[in-house]
Design a protein around this ligand. Structure first.
Ligand code: UTP
Length: 468
């Protein structure tokens, strides 16, 4: 490998944007380290970083927007007046599934810092009895749905530089979890540099390494484009993507009814929501502002607006985001023509780095700003977008925090899975002894109706049982 020379244009650009400190250790680097740093530097859009750090970019006035926020157009759970009935929705969704027009996207690029698991979150064993991993839970379900409708539903898994290699190795080691090569696509999202919160300077993770982190689940749009996956979808006759995130094993993958509401309402982007349990619950708020559906993060929604109620006492802004969406592929193609369709959000985080004197710094309090795009920022770009209410007990139990935290822990997710599967069995007349755990593999039954078909005579379940 020959010694790389630093292009003058790059050095000038670093100077122009006050980032010359990134070359502090250049002369002391080995040839391969120089190549590594150069490669990273050449992928950074310094003009954009400058815009982001000088704050002349995305900074909505949330209080002003929140004052105009209304409940979103929605299909409510148990709404007997709904203009699209559940039966009609299910039929339309099933037709789309049977004709092979649906694929699933699973976002699995996050660093999972809160969980404190030293591998991609998809490798976390979550199923209460079988100990299947998050990846297995999603793939098993999708395969069972495919089998039900006599099709192979493609699974597209988005990784990031933080999770890509281990994810690929995991799938290789486990025979792609039963998916054929044509059914599985693993693709990597991009990254963004973290900057010093006090002066906007990009941080070095090592002397020859920029501090990079995944560019947010909204990095999906650019990644789909970069890997030509929208074209691939068109060639395969895929019209709809069912999108979910790896950390929620309750997601009803490629759910026919949700797909059907999307199709019959001619929505370009549909988002599944759950009723917020209380006004200040820490979930994104799905709202409508000036006729456009969008999400206001709980941290951006002033409490006086979050606490507004309807005359019947229910919350006015009731719809909580659970990060389950359906996209028209044509919509993604349209918006992907504008590379900057999605804004960057800033988050202050502790980021380890190397200081100018070569010392490694391990901050415990936030010292840096990370930039992330959010997938739900696509909502207001849709000509037509709707929310569809789901029952949180059936669709949402994300793994975010390590056991011991108050919410969203593996223990809480397992409890939610056991409760849901117990309810399905009870609806088939079974009795479950107190404290007994049950788990149902999706190939055995996908929902309560299928459990009722499976159970020929009511069972008394007196010890932990895995129905597979
Ligand atoms: P979170 O924002 O909860 O992040 O992402 P996380 O990685 O799971 O956990 P923390 O915040 O570091 O503790 C929600 C979902 O979006 C995916 C994650 O994999 C997770 O399933 N995601 C997040 C991406 O695919 N890419 C990203 O850049 C960020």
């Amino acid at each position: 490998m020959s010694e790389p020379t630093l292009p003058d244009a790059l050095r000038n650009e670093l100077g122009r944007y006050n980032q010359l400190h990134l070359l502090t250790f250049w002369d002391s680097l080995s040839t391969s380290e120089k190549h590594q740093l150069l490669e990273q530097l050449q992928h950074i859009d310094f003009a954009m970083m400058h815009r982001l750090t000088t704050g002349s970019d995305y900074a909505p006035d949330w209080a002003q927007l929140a004052a105009k926020a209304q409940a979103p157009p929605a299909i409510r759970w148990n709404d007997t007046q709904a203009r699209i009935t559940p039966v009609a929705a299910r039929q339309a969704g099933e037709e789309a599934l049977r004709s092979g027009r649906v694929a699933m996207i699973l976002a699995a690029g996050g660093q999972g810092t809160r969980l404190g698991f030293d591998h991609p979150k998809g490798l976390f064993p979550i199923a209460p009895l079988s100990e299947r991993t998050l990846f297995e839970m999603h793939v098993d379900r999708l395969r069972a749905v495919g089998k039900k409708y006599g099709v192979k539903i493609p699974m597209l898994i988005m990784t990031s530089p933080a999770t890509d290699q281990e994810t690929r190795e995991f799938f290789l080691r486990h025979n792609n979890l039963g998916l054929s090569p044509q059914e599985l696509t693993i693709f990597c999202q991009g990254s963004m540099p973290a900057v010093d919160a006090t002066n906007g300077k990009i941080l070095l993770a090592g002397k020859s390494e920029i501090a990079l982190s995944p560019d947010g689940h909204g990095g999906l749009l650019a990644a789909l484009n970069r890997h030509s996956l929208l074209k691939q979808a068109a060639h395969q006759g895929i019209d709809y993507f069912f999108y979910a995130q790896v950390d929620n094993p309750l997601v009803p993958a490629a759910d026919a009814e949700l797909m059907g509401y999307h199709i019959l309402a001619r929505s370009e982007m549909t988002t599944q929501v759950v009723q917020k349990r209380f006004a200040l619950e820490k979930v994104g708020n799905v709202v409508s502002i000036d006729g456009k559906v969008q999400i206001i993060e709980y941290s951006d929604l002033p409490s006086q607006f979050a606490e507004q109620t309807n005359p019947d006492g229910t919350l006015k802004l009731w719809a909580g985001n659970i990060a389950v969406h359906v996209f028209d592929v044509a919509f993604l193609r349209r918006v992907s023509e504008h590379a900057d369709a999605l804004p960057f959000h800033r988050a202050k985080k502790p980021v380890p780095h190397v200081a100018a004197d070569g010392q490694s710094i391990q901050p415990v309090t936030p010292n840096a700003i990370k930039f992330e795009r959010f997938i739900f920022d696509l909502l207001p770009l849709a000509e037509q977008a709707i929310a569809v209410e789901g029952d949180a007990r059936e669709v949402f139990a994300p793994v975010k925090n390590a056991n011991g935290a108050p919410t969203d822990t593996p223990a809480a997710t397992q409890a939610a899975l056991i409760t849901l599967h117990s309810e399905w069995l009870k609806s088939a007349g079974c009795t479950i002894a107190p404290g007994v755990k049950v788990e149902i593999h999706p190939a055995w039954a996908l929902d309560a109706t299928e459990v009722q078909r499976r159970v020929e005579k009511p069972l008394l379940i007196s010890s932990d049982t895995y129905f597979a």
